[in-house]
Write a protein that binds this ligand. Structure first.
Ligand code: PXP
Length: 239
């Protein structure tokens, strides 16, 4: 079964636009769980432009499903993981000022850095699975395995971009990388620009996907369909 983890950064962006507590990020997260999501993802960036450190601590107290915390592994991120011990820590190579993740780790070039960080994470939070965000390339998958990762998350932006032109071609590299992850004994996640349009084909073609993490399109769709319907629609793409 492929799990759906809903990224709630955009809910926090909306709240922060007015400085109050509307929408209430904690309530929305709990409703997302109630509507059937298998997990909640957050990316607490240092500038706190969406999810804040305080949000993460409050969420950790109430989330009953999988809690996935993404981030660049600096001191702040490591301390959040140590304090909150989420189900999953997803390492992204973003600079703090980056608008959104736009590439995966080079797991070969950054082997030492990633190996040290993963070792540290395993000491700080032994129960947290560590996933490394990578481009869909078998070399990067093997590199992640060599660093001690439990999972990889494939960066799906190029799949989403090319899907409408030629979906068979768009998914080719993802099938190869996914097969490599399976052969390496790594779990497999995917995320970025997945949507109601392109998710079903991705899931159907790569059936041993453990989890997808989806934010932007899901929040946009919920403006039209409502949050509960939207979550059910995404879940039905993963059946
Ligand atoms: N995975 C990672 C590592 C991300 O940084 C993001 C965006 O925050 C996502 C998944 C979700 O992407 P989207 O918001 O396009 O669904």
């Amino acid at each position: 079964m492929t799990k759906l983890s809903v990224n709630i950064n955009k809910i926090a962006t909306l709240r922060n636009a007015r400085g109050g507590n509307n929408p209430d990020v904690i309530k929305v997260a709990l409703d997302i769980e109630k509507f059937g999501s298998d997990g909640i993802t957050v990316h607490p960036r240092p500038d706190e432009r969406h999810i804040t450190k305080n949000d993460v601590y409050e969420l950790q107290k109430v989330i009953k499903t999988e809690f996935n915390i993404e981030g660049y592994p600096d001191e702040r991120y490591l301390s959040i993981i140590k304090d909150t011990k989420p189900s999953q820590a997803t390492l992204v190579p973003d600079k703090p000022e980056q608008l959104t993740s736009n590439h995966g780790w080079d797991t070969i070039k950054n082997n030492k850095e990633l190996t040290d960080i993963i070792k540290t994470l395993k000491i700080l939070s032994p129960t947290s699975r560590v996933s490394v965000f990578i481009d869909a390339k078998p070399d990067m998958v093997k590199g992640a395995r060599d660093c001690g990762a439990d999972r990889v998350e494939l960066y799906t932006q190029s799949y989403a971009e090319n899907y409408l032109r030629n979906k068979e071609k768009a998914i080719e590299n993802f099938v190869k990388a996914a097969q490599c992850a399976k052969d390496c004994g790594l779990g497999l996640n995917a995320g970025h620009d997945l949507s109601l349009e392109n998710l079903e084909y991705f899931h159907k073609t790569i059936p041993y996907l453990d989890e997808v993490s989806i934010g932007h399109a899901l929040v946009c769709d919920s403006l039209y369909y409502g949050l509960e319907n939207t979550i059910k629609m995404y879940l039905s793409c993963l059946k």
